[in-house]
Design a protein around this ligand. Structure first.
Ligand SMILES: Nc1ncnc2c1ncn2[C@@H]1O[C@H](COP(=O)(O)OP(=O)(O)OP(=O)(O)O)[C@@H](O)[C@H]1O
Ligand SMILES: Nc1ccn([C@@H]2O[C@H](COP(=O)(O)O)[C@@H](O)[C@H]2O)c(=O)n1
Length: 217
C-alpha cells in the first residue's frame, strides 16, 4: 500500500479529531492535532502577558509526542489537559491569527508530515500545511449538532456548560477563523465535503476510510 497524507479541516467541534484519530488507528498512521499546537502557544501567551509574538515563538520549546495519541510538552511540562481549559479556548483564535505564530507552526507541522503517513486535522491543513495531501476532507455539521455533541462531551467529563453558550462560543470561533487575514478557514478546492450532521462516528469513519483506501492503492 502506498503511503499517503490525509488532511481533515473544518469548523469547531465538527468531529475532526475524533474521526482523524480513528482513521489513523485503522491504517496505522500518525495522528497530528494542529489545534493543540495553537493552544499550547496560547497558553504561553497567557502566562507571559505580552503582545510580542516574535519573542513568544523564539522562546517557546514545543514538543509533540506522537506515540499512542498526542501529548503536548511546553517548555518541559506536559500541558495536554491544561490547553483544553476555557481561558485558552477563549484566546486561541486571536493568537492563531498572528503571522509569527502561523509561520512557526506551519513549519513544525510540515516537518511532522515530511515522511507521509499522517492524518492531520485543523483549519488550514489542506490549503496551507499540506497542499499536496493525497486526501483532503472538509468536515462540517450544523451548529446545533456541534453544540449538542460538546454538551454531551462536557457532561461525560464532569464539566458544567449550557447549550446556548456553547453555540455562541462555536459561532464566535468559526467567524474569527474564517475571517482572519492569514490562512483563513476555507475549504480547499480539491477537498471533499462531508456533512456529519445526523451521521454516527462509525459512519463517518467508514466513509473516510473508503476514500483513503482508494488513494492508497
Ligand atoms: N459523527 C459524529 N456523531 C456524533 N458525535 C460525534 C461525531 N463526530 C464527533 N462527535 C463527538 O463530537 C464531539 C466533538 O468532536 P471533536 O472534538 O472530534 O471535534 P473537532 O472538530 O476536533 O473540534 P475542535 O476543532 O473544536 O477541536 C466529541 O464529543 C465527539 O465524540
Ligand atoms: N490548523 C489550525 C488549527 C487550529 N487553529 C486555531 O486553533 C483553534 C483551536 O483549534 P481546536 O481544533 O483545538 O479547536 C482554532 O479555533 C483556530 O483558531 C488554526 O488556526 N489552524
Amino acid at each position: 500500500m502506498k503511503k499517503i497524507n490525509i488532511a481533515i479541516d473544518g469548523p469547531a467541534a465538527a468531529g475532526k479529531s475524533t474521526i482523524a484519530k480513528l482513521v489513523a488507528q485503522k491504517f496505522n498512521m500518525i495522528y497530528v492535532d494542529t489545534g493543540a499546537m495553537y493552544r499550547a502557544i496560547t497558553l504561553y501567551y497567557i502566562e507571559q502577558e505580552t503582545e510580542d509574538f516574535d519573542r513568544l515563538v523564539k522562546e517557546i520549546d514545543l514538543k509533540i509526542v506522537l506515540d499512542n495519541g498526542q501529548r503536548v510538552i511546553l517548555n518541559g511540562e506536559d500541558v495536554s489537559e491544561r490547553i483544553r481549559q476555557n481561558d485558552v479556548t477563549q484566546k486561541v483564535s486571536y493568537v492563531a491569527s498572528k503571522e509569527p505564530v502561523r509561520t512557526f507552526l506551519v513549519n513544525e507541522q510540515q516537518k511532522l508530515a515530511n515522511e507521509k503517513n499522517v492524518v492531520m486535522d485543523g483549519r488550514d491543513v489542506g490549503t496551507t500545511v499540506l497542499p499536496d495531501a493525497e486526501l483532503k476532507i472538509y468536515m462540517i455539521a450544523s451548529v446545533e449538532e456541534r453544540a449538542l455533541r460538546r454538551l454531551k462531551d462536557n457532561e461525560l467529563r464532569g464539566i458544567e456548560s449550557d447549550l446556548e453558550s456553547l453555540k455562541l462560543d462555536i459561532e464566535r470561533r468559526d467567524q474569527y477563523d474564517m475571517n482572519r487575514e492569514i490562512s483563513p478557514l476555507v475549504k480547499a478546492e480539491d477537498a471533499i465535503s462531508i456533512d456529519t450532521t445526523g451521521l454516527t462516528i462509525e459512519e463517518v469513519t467508514n466513509k473516510i476510510s473508503e476514500l483513503a483506501k482508494s488513494k492508497m492503492n
